[in-house]
Design a protein around this ligand. Sequence first.
Ligand code: F6R
Ligand code: MG
Ligand code: MG
Length: 362
Amino acid sequence: MMVTISLIKADIGSVGGHIMASNEILNLCKERLEEEKGKLLIDFYVTRCGDDVELLMTHENGVDAKEIHELAWNTFKEGAELAKEQGLYGAGQDLLSDAFSGNVRGMGPGICEMEFEERPAEVFIAFMADKTEASAFNLPLYEIFANPFSTAGLVLDPKLHDGFKFEVHDVKGSRKIMFDTPEESYDLLSLIGLTDIYAIKRVYKKSGEIAAVASTEKVNLIAGRYVGKDDPAMLVRAQSGFPATGEVLDPFARPFLIAGWMRGSHRGPLMPVSEKDANPSRFDGPPRIIALAFSIKNGKLTGPVDCFADVSFDEARRKVNELADYMRRHGPFQPHLLPPGEMEYTTLPQVIKKLQDRFEEI
Ligand code: F6R
Ligand code: MG
Ligand code: MG
């Protein structure tokens, strides 16, 4: 059957700072989605990564379905009201509008959705990150679908040997471009390495079948001023014609630096953690990512497996802590601090304005 998976997320308020969405909010979201199970939804899973609430829903309405987006929007709105009642921090921060207009795109929440014909044993992994940005997935997505030193199947499995297609978005210029790999790997890398401009939105098999989708919404660009973070989510299909689950996860065992730590203005390492450890506390971080693997049959979910809870990611966490110390050593200096254009939250324009008259010609 054709099934759609929609993963829609928003920061609607959190406990003790920007650390974690409250259990009460999660329970409310579960109740609202439960009411639609067997009606609008086939199945769902509600969780959080740090301060972001994540609604994973399966249904038959296709991507961009008004009724699904409306359900997510109304659930977030109600959650934000509860967050206000609880006095949670940043209550409703990612909900940029009062009224729903048919689609949550451009209204604050992050969205990733895919529709496909279910395989007899369909596997997908939902990734959710906090204190980072959409293009944080550029490096791992390249490794998963185009780097044979990471994904053995690109060399060994005839079903992967043809390579994949990458859809890359210019998140500042509202343009997109497609690349074939391995043929155009170097052209692809020349863009996706520029993480402040380009983000991988989707990956397809050469046959056109969807393999992965990431949320690329930039809340601060939508609002034109700092209102929230673009903490992204991503769905990746695995096994039998796609990279194996273990190949999808492996890039996260080699920590890399991303933008979005403290005030969305610092670079730091991305830490793979279990659902229960997704509580970025040190310097509002280090940035976190969780990975939940599901099986799905006729839209019904089994699982998840909390993949990064595995002890094989212990060493990555240790390295991230070491890298975090090293980056923190730079305090207000680059490259820990992001360049002006990349900072999400800054008083710099006010400081520069104050000092304007004191600058002299050299
Ligand atoms: C939010 C985030 C945090 C905040 C910081 C300051 O997800 O990234 O690091 O930017 O805690 O928050 P305010 O300005 O709300 O006190
Ligand atoms: Mg927040
Ligand atoms: Mg967040």
